[in-house]
Design a protein around this ligand. Structure first.
Ligand code: CP
Length: 357
C-alpha cells in the first residue's frame, strides 16, 4: 500500500531522502517541471484549510500535474450520507493520488484501505498531521543543520494540536531530543501520547510557564488553541489567551532559538515578532510545499509505504468518541500493538475491554 497516514510509517532514512529531494527541487525546479505530467491529484477537504490544500495543489501543478477536489463537504455527496469508503473508491477512478483532511480521527486510514491510489493524510481531527511535520522537520534541518540533540518546546494546545502529536512522534526517532511541554493543565497532551512518552521513548518535562522554559529552547513550537475541537465554548474563551509570544518574552530566548508555528495563528504570536530573525513560521510554509512535492513523487512513483500490521479482537473496543470507527458505518474495528499496548488502528488510543465500555 502507498499512503502516508502518520510519520512512524517513514524511517529516518526515508525522511532524509524526502528532505534531500525537497532541497533539490528548491535548487533545480526545472528538473521536476514535468514529473507529474498527465497525473491528477484530488484534494478531499472536509474541514477548512488554507496552507495544506493550496500547497498540495501548488505542489502538483509545479510538478506538471493537475488538480481536482473540494474544500467544503457540504457541496458533495457526503452531505447525502456517502461513506468515506465509497467516496475514496469513486475518487480513485478520477485521480492518481488523494489528499484528505477530515474532522474524524483516523478517517484517512479508512480512505487508504478503500482507495486504489495513494492516500495522504492532510490532518485528521485532533490526531495527526504528517505533512505539516515534514514541513517542520525540513525547517528545523535547514535552520539548525541537524535534527539530533535539540531541546524543543511545544507551547499552547497540546491536547487537540495534531501537528504537535505528529512532530513529537517524528522527533522521538532522533537522538538526544528533549521536550518541554508548555500548556495549561486542561490542554496537556492526550493520554495516548502521554503513555507513549511515559514508556521512555525520549526525555520530556511539563510546565505551564513559557517564561521558565524559553531560555533552554533550541526550537519553540507555538500553537493555536483549537477552538473547533472544544465541546465547551466558555472553556475555550477562558483558555484562548493562555500564551502570547511577544518581543519582550522572546528576549528570554537564545539568540538562535528558532520559533515555529504551523499557522494559522490567531494572537499567540505578536506580529512584532515576525521581523525577528528567529521567526521561522513563514519559512515553514515554503518548506511545506517543497516537502509535499517530494512526497507526491515518492508515493506516485516510488515503493510501497505500508501501514502497521493490524489484528481483529471482538473483546476490544476503541474508547475515543472522535474516532472514525465510532461513526463511519462498515468500518472494521482493528487494533495494533504499539509501545507495548493494544491500540486502535485508526486513532492510536489505547484499546479497552468491551465489558469496561
Ligand atoms: N498548518 C495547517 O494545517 O494550515 P491549514 O489549516 O491552513 O491547512
Amino acid at each position: 500500500m502507498k499512503c502516508l497516514i502518520d510519520i512512524p510509517q517513514l524511517s529516518v532514512g526515508e525522511i532524509k531522502e524526502l528532505m534531500d529531494t525537497a532541497i533539490d527541487i528548491d535548487s533545480h525546479p526545472e528538473k521536476y517541471r514535468e514529473r507529474m505530467k498527465y497525473k491528477r491529484l484530488a484534494t478531499l477537504f472536509y474541514e477548512p484549510s488554507t496552507r495544506t490544500r493550496l500547497s498540495f495543489e501548488a505542489a502538483m501543478m509545479q510538478l506538471g500535474g493537475s488538480v481536482i477536489g473540494f474544500s467544503n463537504s457540504e457541496s458533495t455527496s457526503a452531505s447525502k450520507g456517502e461513506s468515506i469508503a465509497d467516496t475514496s473508491r469513486v475518487i480513485s477512478c478520477y485521480a492518481d493520488v488523494i489528499v484528505m483532511r477530515h474532522p474524524k480521527d483516523g478517517a484517512p486510514t479508512v480512505a487508504a484501505l478503500n482507495a486504489s491510489v495513494p492516500v495522504i493524510n492532510a490532518g485528521d481531527g485532533g490526531h495527526c498531521h504528517p505533512t505539516q511535520t515534514l514541513a517542520d522537520l525540513l525547517t528545523i534541518y535547514r535552520e539548525k543543520g541537524r535534527l539530533d540533540g535539540l531541546t524543543v518546546g511545544f507551547c499552547g494546545d497540546l491536547k487537540y494540536g495534531r501537528t504537535v502529536h505528529s512532530l513529537i512522534n517524528a522527533l522521538a526517532r532522533y537522538n538526544n531530543v528533549k521536550l518541554k511541554l508548555i500548556s495549561p493543565q486542561e490542554l496537556r497532551l492526550p493520554s495516548y501520547m502521554r503513555q507513549r512518552l511515559e514508556s521512555g521513548i525520549m526525555e520530556w518535562e511539563e510546565t505551564d510557564s513559557l517564561e521558565d522554559a524559553l531560555p533552554s529552547l533550541d526550537i519553540l513550537y507555538m500553537t493555536r488553541i483549537q477552538q473547533e475541537r472544544f465541546a465547551d465554548h466558555d472553556e475555550y474563551i477562558r483558555l484562548k489567551d493562555s500564551y502570547v509570544l511577544n518581543l519582550k518574552k522572546l528576549s528570554l530566548a537564545k539568540p538562535d532559538t528558532c520559533v515555529l508555528h504551523p499557522l494559522p495563528r490567531v494572537n499567540e504570536i505578536d506580529v512584532d515578532v515576525d521581523s525577528d530573525p528567529r521567526a521561522c513560521y513563514f519559512k515553514q510554509v515554503e518548506n511545506g510545499k517543497l516537502m509535499r512535492m517530494a512526497l507526491i513523487l515518492r508515493l506516485v512513483d516510488g515503493d510501497d509505504v505500508p501501514l502497521p500490521e493490524s489484528f481483529s479482537d471482538p473483546g476490544l473496543v476503541c474508547p475515543n468518541p472522535r474516532c472514525v470507527c465510532s461513526s463511519e458505518r462498515s468500518v472494521e474495528k482493528k487494533f495494533i500493538f504499539s509501545d507495548g499496548e493494544k491500540r486502535c488502528f485508526y486513532c492510536d488510543h489505547k484499546a479497552i475491554a468491551l465489558e469496561n465500555k
